[in-house]
Design a protein around this ligand. Structure first.
Ligand SMILES: [Zn+2]
Ligand SMILES: [Zn+2]
Ligand SMILES: [Zn+2]
Length: 269
């Protein structure tokens, strides 16, 4: 066989294995040839390779499935946020890009944490949006930071700032806000744990996950559960396992204090 013929058969075989599923008709047991692509709305062969913000599978045609994807829900992306992330239509529609809006939403998240989980701090917090460059400069520059909790002492007075990446979809923004507010609470209630990265980030992820659960936000729960790195993902699993059935911040504090007592630290440090 000539190379051309082999290439033809390989291409034909590739088309055959291209996964074609029609979730709506699957139950009916029919084999339709076409369905509507959720992105371009054209009647075409479709496959399910993406989930929307609510975690529902979305059928896409071959061309649309090849487009760059939204950072947050895997749908084809048309825009790039101010923070440099690719966003799909749905996620771009409701993203946070004004400081005033960011402040309003974060105050609401702080209120929810206080009423639902008794996680409360009283001091003033400055809330603002930042670019990816600004956020990464503050961190080690190795991670793509979405948020930053920044406690400082200025003229002997503490000053707290929470900065979040501009242009995040609203539900992602709220979950990142809960994570940063967990740092704020920990820095006040359990300051000795702030220099243990696995516990600090694991606890903040656990709070963000609990918050997403309370909001019925499945995709952010899955996002947290799916993290694979040691500090955030490993920390989250470690802290979740520790917390068991405990549901409020005072109970979480008790459990953490039992595991990591304030006094009598190892090696006398
Ligand atoms: Zn399409
Ligand atoms: Zn999206
Ligand atoms: Zn953090």
């Amino acid at each position: 066989m000539s190379k051309r013929i082999i290439a033809f058969f390989l291409a034909a075989a590739a088309l055959c294995v291209f996964p074609v599923r029609f979730p709506a008709q699957e139950k009916a047991g029919k084999e339709p040839s076409h369905a509507k692509c959720a992105h371009c709305q054209k009647e075409k062969f479709v496959s399910v390779q993406a989930k929307n913000g609510a975690g529902k599978p979305v059928p896409l045609c071959y061309e649309c499935a090849m487009l760059p994807r939204c950072e947050y829900c895997q749908l084809p992306s048309e825009t790039v946020s101010g923070g440099g992330d690719r966003l799909c239509r749905d996620c771009a529609k409701d993203c946070i890009k004004e400081n005033a809006e960011a402040e309003k939403v974060l105050k609401d998240v702080r209120q929810v944490l206080s009423t639902k989980f008794k996680m409360t701090t009283k001091h003033k917090i400055i809330y603002e949006l930042g670019t990816r460059r600004e956020l990464n400069l503050e961190a080690d520059g190795e991670h793509n930071e979405l948020g930053w909790f920044d406690p400082k002492t200025i003229r002997n007075k503490p000053q707290y700032t929470i900065r979040i990446l501009t242009g995040l979809p609203r539900d992602v923004f709220r979950s990142v806000g809960a994570h940063e507010l967990a740092h704020d609470w920990m820095s006040e209630e359990l300051p000795h744990l702030m220099d243990k990265p696995e516990i600090r980030e694991g606890f903040a992820e656990f709070v963000a996950w609990s918050f997403s659960k309370a909001e019925g936000n499945k995709r952010m729960m899955e996002y947290t559960e799916g993290r694979t790195d040691d500090v955030y993902g490993g920390g989250f699993r470690k802290v979740s396992a520790m917390m068991g059935e405990a549901k409020t911040a005072p109970e979480w504090k008790k459990i953490l204090l039992k595991e990591y007592p304030l006094k009598g630290k190892k090696n006398g440090r």
